[in-house]
Design a protein around this ligand. Structure first.
Ligand SMILES: Nc1ncnc2c1ncn2[C@@H]1O[C@H](COP(=O)(O)OP(=O)(O)O)[C@@H](O)[C@H]1O
Ligand SMILES: [Mg+2]
Length: 256
């Protein structure tokens, strides 16, 4: 279980203040908010890529940031928003790189490491791409490989930054479906950032609405995705339609 207790971080002219939430085993919590609201900053601060002002992140009761890199990698995996492949490594090699913190400086990955990587590629349905150069993948495939790379350490928590950015409709659904399956079948807790309220509504157990570096509200999608609060967070008139138990969130635009 992940607990974030009073996370604060400042870039100088932008700051994240007093972010608090808990994520249970197998739960998906989405940080939802407009561009520039601080979602990535929160996620990076949780993982320790940015240094929060005080001790504030606990995984299974352990102070996450005081752990070694190796111990941290076993507890949490981070899937960055974008990753530009510098070299045409194979897909399997990229996934094995997720085990870097478990290997010594001059130690090469062994058979068991490749087996573990293959197992994770299988889990997300990407096994057949294992020998493909990473530079030749589509956006959706790349995102899945990054998820496999984070999974190879078998973390309890996955942190995913805009996992659907730049993906088409089908791939958005595919990637989020896999995150959901990992949560429900493997018991992995997921914290992801999204800027689309409809996707957040469909795939989250709970949503934290982020505005100007603060959590404006947190709760179940149906409790929290309300017109007034979304209008305040996004700064546009919003209309919510209910259809067959689904809620469709739309900007209320003037047709000219
Ligand atoms: N490296 C940085 N240095 C200074 N300011 C930054 C840096 N990265 C992001 N910011 C600022 O922090 C704010 C929040 O950014 P970010 O967390 O990336 O938002 P989001 O992920 O919600 O789009 C923005 O105003 C952005 O300009
Ligand atoms: Mg971001």
């Amino acid at each position: 279980m992940l607990e974030v207790k009073g996370l604060s971080f400042s870039y100088g002219d932008f700051s994240v203040e007093d972010v608090c939430f808990e994520v249970r085993e197998g739960e998906i919590l989405t940080l939802l908010g407009p561009n520039g609201s601080g979602k990535t900053t929160i996620l990076k601060s949780i993982y320790g890529l940015l240094k929060p002002k005080k001790k504030c992140v606990f995984v299974n009761g352990k102070d996450f940031h005081s752990l070694s890199l190796k111990e941290r990698a076993k507890l949490a995996g981070y899937v960055p928003q974008s990753h530009h492949p510098p070299f045409p490594y194979t897909v399997l090699d990229v996934v094995v790189m997720g085990l870097a913190s478990q290997l010594g400086v001059f130690e090469s990955p062994r058979k068991e490491h490749y087996q573990k990587a293959l197992e994770k590629l299988k889990l997300i349905g990407m096994e057949r791409f294992k020998d493909r150069p990473y530079t030749q993948l589509s956006g959706g495939q790349l995102q899945l490989v990054l998820i496999a790379r984070a999974l190879v350490q078998e973390p309890k928590v996955l942190l995913l930054d805009e996992p659907t950015a730049h993906l088409d409709f089908k791939n958005q659904v595919k990637v989020l479906g896999i995150v959901k399956r990992l949560a429900k079948e493997e018991g992995i807790s997921a914290v992801m950032t999204l800027h689309d309220p409809n996707l957040a509504s469909l795939y989250s157990d709970r949503i934290a609405l982020v505005k100007e570096g603060r959590i404006r509200a947190i709760g179940k999608p149906n409790e929290i995705l309300r017109e007034e609060i979304l209008e305040e967070v996004y700064g546009v008139p919003i209309c919510i339609l209910e259809f067959n138990g689904f809620r469709l969130i739309l900007p209320r635009t003037e047709v000219v």
